[in-house]
Design a protein around this ligand. Sequence first.
Ligand SMILES: NC(=O)C1=CN([C@@H]2O[C@H](COP(=O)(O)OP(=O)(O)OC[C@H]3O[C@@H](n4cnc5c(N)ncnc54)[C@H](OP(=O)(O)O)[C@@H]3O)[C@@H](O)[C@H]2O)C=CC1
Ligand SMILES: O=C1O[C@H](COP(=O)(O)O)[C@@H](O)[C@H](O)[C@H]1O
Length: 486
Amino acid sequence: MPKEITTLVTFFGATGDLAKRKLFPSVYNLYKKGFLQEHFAIIGTSRQEMTTEEFQTFVSDSIKEFMQEDADADFIRHFDYEKADITVAADYAPLKAKIEKLDQEFALNGNRIFYMSIAPRFFGTVAKYLKSEELLSTNGEFNRLMIEKPFGVSFETAEKLQNELSDAFSEDQVYRIDHYLGKEMVQNIATLRFGNPIFNNAWNKDYIDNIQVTLSETLGVEDRAGYYDTAGALRDMIQNHTMQVVGWLAMDEPTEWTDTAIREAKNKAFNALKIYTPEEVAENFVRGQYGPDAANTQNGYLQEKDVPADSQNNTYVAGKLEFATDRWNGVPFYIRSGKRLAAKTTRIDVVFKQDANIFNNTQPLEKNVLSIIVDPEGKIEYSIIAKDTTPEFKTRPITLEWKVSADDKAQTPEPYERMIHDTMDGNGSNFADWNGVAVAWKFVDAIQSAWDATHQEFPNYVSGSMGPVAADELLARDGHKWVYEG
Ligand SMILES: NC(=O)C1=CN([C@@H]2O[C@H](COP(=O)(O)OP(=O)(O)OC[C@H]3O[C@@H](n4cnc5c(N)ncnc54)[C@H](OP(=O)(O)O)[C@@H]3O)[C@@H](O)[C@H]2O)C=CC1
Ligand SMILES: O=C1O[C@H](COP(=O)(O)O)[C@@H](O)[C@H](O)[C@H]1O
């Protein structure tokens, strides 16, 4: 049985989509696995009028709907509800009273987590009232804040939010969610790098030719144009998920396996990221917007519901990142992400430098490639050179492959379960740190403002392709090509 975690979690936005689909099923899994036993309580809050019994039924139903099983009664009795409008200071007093009551009832030792599953415009307000209305415990081991995305829409807005949060919470109390950091194979990057001397010792400019990170989706904008047309792939996928994955790839080895040391090592890399001038943006970044598919059966972006007919929004981004560190000088990190591409995949391809061919043929040897495939199924592929069976001692590339087994998959926690667990456990390793978020915004803002100043002809890629031709040309100019072609 795992060690029991003692805590109270208050879910703001408890009647919303995320809470229902992801958060309550995750809490239930933690209970079934024994992390939550007797000493835990969950408070749900929103503006909806609801009794605690009705809320308990709502939680039960959401677990049943998404996990096809009934939550046990012993679990459900730990749930309580308090109606509150989070914009009204006076509404925090009954919430405080409920927190204190449950703290006593379940002997929670003043340990508190506040999960903001609410629209981002409320993040700062809730943090402010948690402090001013004294909902933070003064006698417990911890007060922690879990915060949903997006964390701002630019460096300026993110910094404002950060200032609001830091009036109430210190950096080590803030758990900024990026669900890519909760994915099993993203967490495996560090193990592969630091657990295998062959990779650890070669993880630098002497041995690595280039690194490619692909986050591609087959879905289009669906019914989210209201949000997506102001965000684009750059803010929706690059600023957060892609940059966080890059953080694991670019960092030095941490001095120890703690969240503080991991953040320190990542931040050293983030702080060495080159922020581009408008001219450099034009040289190093490509934006795209999808048109209809080749058979003309799917809408182009401009024909999608609620998309302005003259939208300049990017649904695809590819670019080159450069880190000015001893480890990475001269090594390009190519990134790309887009909607309506040929395949749904998240993958990292590390292309190694190759030696001269000393065998009997004059062709250059293919480069070794380590591929870490995150989605749709976890896989590691290592493409290396071996001998052909012919007597002339010819070479050929072969691929060593490992796949996440069905058993492993069944035991792998969903990202939200893992992130809630880690917050309860006080482990911030797999959360976005303010410094990294700030650098990513500065980097992305520079690209966005260069793009805002220039008009681009759209659409420039066909739905179902792997993006604009310009993204292939970006790599070709450096003598490289995308490993993954869809
Ligand atoms: N849904 C998803 O799949 C994902 C969501 N997220 C993020 O999670 C957060 C929540 O998203 P989601 O669940 O989809 O949003 P919903 O709109 O479904 O839920 C919002 C919740 O906030 C409550 N709320 C709204 N206004 C107030 C108020 N003034 N006072 C108190 N409660 C209020 C709503 O209840 P009521 O109106 O009754 O008060 C509801 O419970 C957002 O930050 C989003 O970006 C991130 C990843 C995925
Ligand atoms: O955060 C987001 O992520 C999803 C993709 O997530 P995944 O886990 O399915 O890869 C993306 O579709 C969405 O636009 C974005 O907001």
